[in-house]
Design a protein around this ligand. Structure first.
Ligand code: GLU
Length: 454
């Protein structure tokens, strides 16, 4: 059997993390079965269409490494994987359904009065109408790979509109026709589409098409178990990426929202996910989107990643916070310091702010700034730095160790006051690194300020 799957977003805005999970599971499933992944844009609801949304969706998916085998690579008016370019295909199928009495045209809202009328082609010329699908009254069983057999009482389902007065199909019709036309073997989508599935099965039956395998993914939940919503945090993939979550970490985190690897591992590269992902281990119950876990995971990725490979990403985010990056070598040092202790790149900015702007002192250590011995240290260090031509970390280390011997202080007694003067707090980067990055002028200015404090 050829495996063909699809991700079928509607271009109504940004890529939602739930959409990213659907796209990812489809991608993993396609890759592990050497199948094809199709991107199909479902834009039949023209009123909800947002300009630029298609390009935006594609860009976000690409940034996360989800590459499609078929489908648009950008918005285009003739790409046949965009539903608004396929209207004639849907119209042909509507005609088939009308001719076979599986659907009927309505000329006003009272659809019951049209249900038993026979198809009259002439009536459809120059008049405004919509078309509804006849839903039979029997019970229908939908088979879902994760949930097993689900029974639906079709008598409870109203005849749904399949073609609107604007002659655009609705989701149900276009989705089924395209899944068949694109030879989709497995429909992997969110649980919210489960109630639509009996309607789709009726359509498959009318067209006498073979059903795909249905796999409905569990809902994503807020920590309070309500449906994941914007009100409780970010839901757009772009927002996460813009804040400096690494795509690899986001993908790793998202992969575990509803799929259980059945071992204790939590860190998976994309290739490991392709190898180990198993549809059978997808859970039925909702998956909680735990931002703390994402933060932890992103921090783990940051620790491991080479600073060089995130320089450009960091630059964008630091510059967004109005920090100008002048020297790449220095910036890599800053990144190396910060990535060990941050959850995100936005956190890294926070951790390194005193490199860029004069810090205010941590008030808890006010006394230490006033201390006589501290003042002596500041003035001695100031004298030594003032005569340096070129600042090297090793040289600073030497100066500080000489100072330590000269005035007989070491450890915290030595480092805390100096760091407080230069960094605003007693904890922070290595003093050699601080002075190297600040440069002579700023170092002297901060030492002078500390000297005068009080
Ligand atoms: N267009 C639907 C969406 O926006 C697709 C649902 C499906 O995959 O069938 O999610």
């Amino acid at each position: 059997m050829n495996i063909n799957v699809r991700f079928a977003p509607s271009p109504t805005g940004y890529l939602h993390v739930g959409g990213l999970r659907t796209a990812l599971y489809n991608y993993l499933f396609a890759k592990q079965h050497k199948g094809n992944l199709v991107l199909r844009i479902e834009d039949t609801d023209q009123s909800r269409k947002v300009d630029g949304a298609i390009d935006n969706l594609i860009e976000s998916l690409n940034k996360c490494g989800i590459i499609f085998d078929k489908g648009p690579t950008e918005y285009s008016t003739d790409n046949l994987f965009i539903q608004s370019n396929r209207l004639s295909i849907y119209h042909e199928h509507v005609t088939y359904l009308l001719e076979n009495n599986y659907a009927y045209a309505c000329f006003d809202d009272d659809f019951l009065q049209y249900r038993d009328k026979s198809y009259n082609k002439e009536q459809l010329i120059d008049t405004s109408y919509h078309v509804r699908l006849k839903i039979p009254n029997n019970e229908l069983t939908v088979k879902d790979e994760i949930r097993g057999d689900i029974k639906f009482d079709l008598s409870l389902i109203d005849d749904p509109v399949i073609l609107k007065t604007d002659q655009f199909p609705t989701y149900h019709l276009a989705n089924v026709i395209d899944d068949h036309d694109m030879d989709i073997s497995h429909v992997i989508r969110g649980e919210e589409w489960l109630p639509s599935t009996p309607i789709h099965v009726v359509l498959y039956d009318y067209f006498q098409w073979e059903l795909p395998v249905f796999i409905h993914l569990p809902l994503l939940l807020n920590p309070d178990k309500s449906k994941l919503s914007k009100r409780q945090g970010h839901v757009s993939v772009d927002e996460f990426l813009n804040e400096g979550y690494l795509p690899e970490a986001l993908i790793n985190f998202i992969a575990l929202l509803g799929w259980n690897p059945k071992n204790n591992n939590e860190i998976f590269s994309i290739n490991e996910l392709i190898e180990q992902f198993n549809i059978k281990n997808i859970q039925k119950s909702g998956a909680v989107f735990d931002i703390n876990k994402l933060n932890w995971m992103n921090g783990e990725y940051l620790k491991d990643i080479q600073a060089e490979s995130i320089v450009s990403l960091c630059k964008i985010i630091f510059e967004k916070h109005n920090f100008t990056i002048e020297d790449n070598t220095d910036f890599i040092k800053i990144i190396n310091f910060a990535k060990q202790r941050s959850h995100t790149i936005a956190d890294m900015v926070e951790q390194t702010t005193p490199f860029f702007v004069d810090p205010s002192y941590n008030v808890e250590y006010r006394d230490l700034l006033l201390d006589k011995q501290s003042k002596r240290l500041f003035s001695l260090l100031l004298e030594q730095v003032a005569v340096l031509n070129n600042i090297e970390e090793s040289e600073i280390k030497e100066i500080i160790s000489n100072l330590s011997m000269e005035i007989h202080v070491k450890g915290k007694e030595l480092f805390f006051p100096i760091r407080l003067a230069l960094w605003g707090d007693v904890h922070g980067p290595d003093i050699g690194l601080i002075i190297k990055i600040l440069g002579k002028e700023k170092t002297l200015a901060r030492l002078n300020k500390a000297l005068k404090y009080g």
